[in-house]
Every structure is written in structure tokens, then in C-alpha cells.
Design a protein around this ligand. Structure first.
Ligand SMILES: [Zn+2]
Length: 86
């Protein structure tokens, strides 16, 4: 039996909308994961009021500072940087 035109359009549109929603969700998840990871790596030093991060072992320096006001401090872990610990 042939489907009538309205039914066909409705089905196609719903499919496309579901696909769109799925892809939007994927994008959001990806961003959230990335954001969470950055919060985990970057730390805020209370002594020198700077954001810093530990570098991977392959890097020449063990740690690195971020320029002030570059990244919001909110949500960052507070930990003294290696220079202030000494
Ligand atoms: Zn410090």
C-alpha cells in the first residue's frame, strides 16, 4: 500500500530531527569532557596567585605557568606550585 504524502513527510522530518538532536548531544558531551579534563590539569596557586600545570615527562620543563586572567580560576584545584613549595 502506498503511504500518503503527509505521512511520508512527517516520518522524514522526525528522522532528521532525531539525528540532529543526537549530533548536538555528541558535541555537548565532547565539550564537557574536554572542559573537565582542563579543570583537572590546571591548578591554582594561592601563594603567587597564578594558574599552573604539571607537564608531561617528555617536556623540558616540569611545570608551566599560565598568563594571568587567561583562564577563569573557578573550578580549579588549589595547589601550591613547585616554585612556591621550595
Ligand atoms: Zn606559586
Amino acid at each position: 500500500m502506498k503511504k500518503n504524502m503527509i505521512e511520508w513527510i512527517l516520518e522524514t522530518t522526525t528522522d532528521r530531527m532525531t539525528e540532529q538532536r543526537k549530533s548536538n548531544q555528541r558535541k555537548t558531551n565532547k565539550f564537557e569532557r574536554l572542559h573537565h579534563r582542563i579543570d583537572d590539569i590546571i591548578k591554582y596557586c594561592n601563594s603567587c596567585k597564578r594558574l599552573w600545570q604539571k607537564n608531561r615527562k617528555m617536556m623540558s620543563r616540569e611545570y608551566e605557568y599560565y598568563p594571568k586572567n587567561h583562564i577563569p580560576i573557578m573550578g580549579k584545584k588549589k595547589e601550591k606550585c613547585p616554585r612556591c613549595k621550595e
